[in-house]
Design a binder for this molecule. Structure first.
Ligand code: MG
Length: 382
């Protein structure tokens, strides 16, 4: 179990739930970072008394510094601030709950300081999985996944030898538009897309769940986290989200992890691992559980999932380009500047247009990320 944590991205959905878990467990929150939501950040900072707070946006950082001038909280800004929050001497764990490629450098810096990474930032592994996992191995830093599916797989593999794993069964609910054809989704609104049947999440990831790009990003994440190939992972649609993922062992035994669909559970485990503590969440009631059902994904109806699995096979910068293009497209969709079905077009178009660099270094990855963003903004400008 960890003692003191730094929460990167503390005002987002995962960040707020991490703070709730830390307060429940009595952990010290020593550092916080946010992009620019300084009202909520100030409220959190006054309650938790962290030693350091970083605001990514320079202008917002100045405002925040003035707002907490009566406290002894140190305030930083920009990437430098994020790096300091990730490497603070007094912490032993960094929760990476920021959204986007901005999480990459702080995660690597924290790994170099041998901090535990409670990983909630998908882009880190999607874009730079090889680099991050190699660095963590070399430094002996633990990476404990926060994403519910990866936490489930992590839990199912606890105590297993690597040769015992036959297949990862990555489950997903299928989102709010499961079974609907692409033509029926042309006029989907942001309100409809963010309304997830089981999970309460931030807007971006909710749209990704609707397109199933989220499952595709998780597919790539799982490859890196568990050191497997695309052929070792099968996506299983499980609409009830009670099973959070499964592993099939070489003898045919399947081990599943079940629980109520609440991100608070995997967040807490990432902080208490390898121990377990009572949580504030409801427990499963098997007498009240309805059927658990399973089906194969329909790749015709979920082209984003198909694209992500294809990018996983292509490797190199393909997943990074796809993810960055998708991120920009989703934000444009949320601002009503882009139709729902154009999200796939933008992500696929960026991969097609920018091509793939194999075995990229960190700079090449960050350049590919920027190029993909520019491509979508330029091509779909309104
Ligand atoms: Mg997930």
């Amino acid at each position: 179990m960890v003692n003191a944590i730094s929460v990167l991205g503390c005002t987002g959905s995962i960040g707020r739930q991490t703070i709730a878990a830390a307060e429940h467990l009595g952990l010290r929150v020593a550092a916080l970072t946010a992009q620019r939501k300084i009202d909520l950040l100030e409220e959190q900072a006054r309650r938790l008394h962290p030693e350091f707070v970083a605001v990514y946006d320079e202008e917002a950082a100045k405002q925040f510094k003035a707002a907490v001038a009566d406290t002894d909280i140190r305030v930083g800004s920009g990437m430098e601030g994020l790096l300091e929050a990730a490497t603070l001497q007094s912490i032993d764990c960094v929760v990476t709950a920021v959204s986007g490629a901005v999480g990459l450098k702080p995660t690597l810096a924290a790994i170099d300081e041998k901090k535990r990474i409670a990983l909630a930032n998908k882009e880190t592994l999607v874009c730079a999985g090889e680099i991050v996992m190699q660095r963590a191995k070399a430094q002996g830093a633990e990476i404990v996944p926060v994403d519910s599916e990866h936490s489930a797989i992590f839990q199912c593999l606890m105590g297993r030898k690597s040769g015992e794993l036959h297949k990862i069964l990555l489950t997903g609910s299928g989102g709010p538009f499961r079974g609907r054809a692409r033509e029926e989704l042309e006029d989907v609104t942001p309100e409809q897309a963010v309304h997830h049947p089981n999970w309460s999440m931030g807007a971006k990831i909710s749209v990704d769940s609707a397109t199933m790009m989220n499952k595709g990003l998780e597919f790539i994440e799982a490859m890196h986290l568990f050191g497997v190939t695309p052929d070792d992972i099968t996506v299983v649609v499980h609409p009830q989200s009670v099973i959070h993922s499964m592993v099939e062992l070489v003898d045919g035994t399947v081990i599943a992890q079940l629980g109520v669909p609440d991100m608070g559970l995997p967040i807490q485990l990432a902080l208490t691992y390898p121990e377990r503590c009572p949580s504030m969440f409801e427990h499963l009631d098997f007498y009240r559980l309805r059927d658990l059902s399973f089906e194969a994904p329909d790749f015709e109806k979920t082209p984003c999932l198909r694209l992500a699995m294809d990018c996983a096979r292509r490797g190199g910068t393909a997943p990074c380009v796809m993810s960055a293009a998708n991120e920009v497209a989703v934000h444009m969709f949320l601002r009503r500047e882009l139709g729902y079905n154009r999200i796939y077009d933008a992500a696929a178009g960026a991969v097609e247009k920018l091509g793939v660099v194999l075995h990229p270094d960190l700079e090449t990855i960050l350049e590919a990320d920027q190029a993909a963003r520019a491509y979508v903004r330029e091509t779909y400008r309104t």
